[in-house]
Design a protein around this ligand. Structure first.
Ligand SMILES: [Zn+2]
Length: 173
């Protein structure tokens, strides 16, 4: 029997709250999978406008800079498909709108595996306490299961065919 945890996925969706989260958390693993042929899509939920350390830089300029950095970094990791949802940085909630946006992307990308932030609080790592991370994790988990696989999802999603990441629940295209 195939050990799913140790196999290389054919396709992967990585969802993150901010431009740079993936680089901090999982890009090394992504690069290894890309090297083995995995098709990878990044989905960045916020515009990143609340980040950075230069108070003189307008927030939109910061968002533009971080978006460009994310695209560049993804390219260096072998990832060309980067999608930005543009939600305001630091104000993310696991809303119906966000869940619908994530469902749409899951159905478009049809990943075999999804890497998402944890919606749980990890008191031992301050960076994990950012509410955007947990909100994106919560919304992503709901989008992966059950919403993207449900033909009649709540919330209503795209008209694309239902999809569930994993090796055995999908047939064909
Ligand atoms: Zn972050």
């Amino acid at each position: 029997m195939e050990d799913f945890n140790r196999t290389t996925p054919e396709s992967l969706l990585v969802v993150a709250a901010h431009p740079d989260d993936i680089e901090f958390c999982v890009s090394g693993t992504v690069m290894q999978w890309v090297e083995r042929g995995t098709r990878v899509t990044y989905c960045i939920v916020t515009d990143g406008g609340a980040g950075g350390y230069d108070p003189a830089l307008p927030r939109q300029a910061m968002a533009d800079l971080r978006r460009a950095e994310q695209v560049h970094s993804a390219k260096l990791s072998g990832v060309a498909d980067v999608r930005f949802l543009g939600y305001p940085d630091s104000f993310v909630e696991p809303s119906v709108e966000l869940r619908r946006d994530l469902c749409r992307i899951i159905r478009q990308v049809r990943p075999q595996r999804a890497v998402i932030p944890s919606p749980e609080i990890n008191w031992s790592r301050a960076a994990d306490l950012h509410p955007d991370h947990r909100a994106v994790g919560d919304a992503s988990l709901r989008a992966v299961y059950p919403e993207a696989r449900n033909p009649s999802p709540t919330p209503p999603s795209s008209r694309k065919k239902a999809w569930s990441p994993g090796p055995s629940t999908n047939s064909g295209s």
